[in-house]
Ligand binder design. Structure first.
Ligand SMILES: Cc1cc2nc3c(=O)[nH]c(=O)nc-3n(C[C@H](O)[C@H](O)[C@H](O)COP(=O)(O)OP(=O)(O)OC[C@H]3O[C@@H](n4cnc5c(N)ncnc54)[C@H](O)[C@@H]3O)c2cc1C
Length: 442
């Protein structure tokens, strides 16, 4: 019997891929919802673009057809000596192999008033339901924490015409991840959203409540008071592992795993947001709380569980997101503080909201990474360039092969390369896209 705790992208990917190669009974347990849903789509439910049911990639019949048992209950404890788990409905279940895929929880840092009514994070289905109730008829909200989930929350609230004040502790947006030019570009975009008031260099000091213990305002560390009826706490997430800390499985910030996704206890594995590498893969962080990482870990673990012990080898960093209307993708390494020995080339369109930030090795000219905003570029093509260690000149010459949006490149591609030639004294000529390059999938 294989038990998986957590029905998010990691747990479900592991289950689906195990089932392709094994007939072993599989049970997925989750307290949040019976069926797997796309967490990244929660915002669209609030904004009325889709119903919650539409966030579920598989229909109800998929699970019995694939002989994957689903249980909706909370796992309270794990006894690794007897290989059993205990659920909140008092059911005790034995396992041969246990996969922990318990995800994250929103951070709270002990702020005064953080547990009041109309104060919440945004992570779970319950959070979405709470947000629906907590923001009915309100006029003003404060969001604390300057990352991706905070911006999603701001976009959600603005669709309901709620004035949003956004506290960012640092002096620019997402400064731990984005280089300065990229932050500035996004910050300019925020100015277009008139209901959005960004407060850079500001931290939450205290949340004020009324006599029903509901939020009525906040004070920042600099002493500014903002009256509001809702406070969104989006200052990051951390592994959801409280109940695991009571077991014999070793933990730190997350559940400690080796490169094979194995924990300190035999036959127990951890994947996705809750897992922390003892020795991170080169160039990657020990905990990566992103969708693609969970998916890839689930796929890798399925090999091991079905008898082909496989090391996690995620390849080059890739991520994508949206800041209001602007799409963002990143391939390879573009760090907020560029290390020595690297050179950047930043192209920003003079009128349209498009920015491309390339990084390459100053000596060998090897292409190291790109952040692209306002255009979409092909993952497979960038992966191939990173793998074969293409130079920046090769990448720019063949940029058309990474092209998703022919309109963009027919108009601006030569501008990008022209600007590079001017800045770096090169003479790169843009190559025509060959017919077969159009057939490369995304
Ligand atoms: C609003 C939002 C937007 C996001 N946008 C992006 C994005 O654009 N791009 C991106 O890459 N990533 C994004 N992410 C992050 C991404 O969604 C997560 O990295 C991913 O969903 C984590 O998947 P997981 O399978 O590891 O865990 P989860 O999806 O968190 O699933 C874990 C499940 O386990 C359950 N569980 C935990 N403990 C127990 C227990 N004791 N008993 C029973 N059940 C338990 C939890 O309730 C949960 O249902 C976003 C996240 C949020 C919240």
């Amino acid at each position: 019997m294989i038990i998986i705790i957590g029905n998010g992208i990691s747990g479900v990917t592991a289950a689906r891929n195990i089932r392709k190669k094994s007939d072993e009974p599989i049970t997925i347990i989750s307290s949040e919802s019976k069926y797997f849903f796309s967490r990244t789509a929660l915002m669209y439910v609030y904004m009325g673009h889709m119903k919650f049911e539409h966030t579920q990639p598989y229909e109800a019949h998929f699970w019995p057809e694939n002989r994957i048992d689903l249980k909706q209950t909370f796992v309270q404890s794990i006894d690794t000596d007897t290989k059993t788990i205990l659920c909140s409905n008092n059911e005790s279940i034995s396992y041969d192999k246990l996969i922990l895929a318990t995800g994250s929880k929103s951070n709270k840092f002990g702020w005064k008033g953080q547990d009041a009514n109309r104060v919440q994070g945004l992570y779970s289905k319950q959070d979405l339901e709470d947000m629906e109730a907590n923001t009915k008829g309100i006029k003003r909200a404060v969001i604390v924490g300057g990352g991706l989930i905070g911006i999603e929350m701001a976009e959600m609230l603005l669709t309901r015409h709620i004035e949003v004040h956004f506290l960012v502790r640092e002096d620019r947006f997402w400064s731990g991840v984005l280089p300065e030019e990229d932050s500035n570009f996004i910050m300019e975009h925020f100015k277009k959203h008139h209901g959005l008031h960004m407060h850079y260099g500001e931290e939450l000091d205290e949340i004020h409540v009324d006599d029903t213990n509901s939020a009525i305002g906040i004070t920042t560390k600099k002493g500014e008071r903002i009256d509001c009826q809702f406070v969104g706490l989006t200052a990051g997430v951390s592994p959801n592992i409280n109940f695991i800390k009571e077991s014999k499985i070793e933990t730190n910030r997350g559940i400690l795993i080796n490169r094979f996704l194995e924990t300190s206890v035999k036959d127990v594995y951890a994947i996705g947001d809750c897992a922390e590498f003892i020795e991170p893969v080169h160039g990657r962080r020990p905990i990566e709380q992103v969708w693609y990482t969970g998916k890839f870990m689930g796929e890798t673990l399925a090999h091991t569980i079905t008898g082909n012990r496989a090391e996690y080898s995620p390849g080059y960093w890739f991520n994508s997101a949206k800041f209001f209307e602007i799409e963002y993708q990143t391939y390879g390494d573009v760090l907020s503080n560029m290390p020595e020995g690297r050179t950047k080339f930043v192209y920003q369109h003079p009128k349209e909201e498009i920015l491309l930030h390339f990084v390459f090795d100053s000596t060998t000219r090897r292409f190291i990474g790109i952040n692209n905003f306002g255009v979409r570029l092909r993952h497979l093509v960038f992966n191939a360039w990173l793998t074969k260690e293409a130079t920046i000149e090769e990448v720019l010459r063949d940029l058309k092969s990474a092209n998703f949006d022919p309109e963009f490149y027919t108009t601006y591609e030569s501008d990008i390369v022209g600007q590079f030639n001017k800045e770096f004294g090169t003479n790169i000529i843009v190559a025509k896209r060959k017919w077969w390059q159009k057939l490369i999938p995304a």
